[in-house]
Ligand binder design. Sequence first.
Ligand SMILES: [Zn+2]
Length: 319
Amino acid sequence: MSFDQQETFSVEPVAITAQDRLKELGMFLSPGIDYDLDKIFPKVEGWGWKLPFKLKYKLLKNFEALLEECLFEGEKVLFFAKGNQHSVTEAVFMGIWANGINHTVFVLTNVRLLMLRTNSKGKPKKTFWMIYYNQIVQFKGNWHGMLKLKLKDGRKLSFSGFAKQDRKTMPAIFEQALKNFRQTKFEPQVSQSLENLCSHCLDKVPKDEFLCETCDTTFWSPKELAIRSFIFPSWGDFLMGHTFIAFLEMFGGLSSWTYLLTGLSKLLKTGDLTELLAPIIFFLLVNGFDALFTYHIASKGLHPKFLPTKISPQLNLEA
Ligand SMILES: [Zn+2]
């Protein structure tokens, strides 16, 4: 080709891809996972692209070992973002503190939605779920980033708190993933629409079961945790790894026990049984409420009691 011929070509600007940006920044994602990078990193140029890109990469790296453990053969990661799951009960009783225990990473693949609890900094905790797309009967995403799902077994879930870019792109990616999945006519069997996953091996743990058949991890039942919270408010939440909330509840426990013990010492001095009436009512109210609340939170997912003795070295989970 002569120089003259070359000049006649118009030079189209080549679009920058997420892959280019990863290379450029010296970032490296596991080749063992099939990522749809351009969907996961929707903004790769223009004003302010770099910070969200780096944050998403950091978050993704925190979860790579877990994803490698749980993705099926041929399963592709289409989208990945951190948000917050909403619970009306928790919002009423805990206000903004509820957000602290509901940070969740959402992974959309070609077959299911994985929901992985994290701490506020995006490090994985131990409670995980999945929803196969055939379990989603209704999906709604609105302009201010609230995402609502209605599941086949009647459960309703809502999420928000996604980053700006994710709010924009997630609804369309979700819709498309659901549409593509429906065309496959694949009908996986489930024990409930929102299936619990094992904290250790990420295999499915069926509804109302508290032992993972695959790796022998045992989980607390909501009743076991509620009884502990009744004995001393905060105990159940400590066991679930909700340290901050547990510290708040501890004040309730300290006051109900102090009041009860004071009543008891008065009874011993005076022999008057009525000294105990108010402390007992207070104890039943405070500890009873905490037990009910612990039961509600514990029923949402699995919380490990005993991990198997052989723990995969790559799974370094936050307590
Ligand atoms: Zn397991």
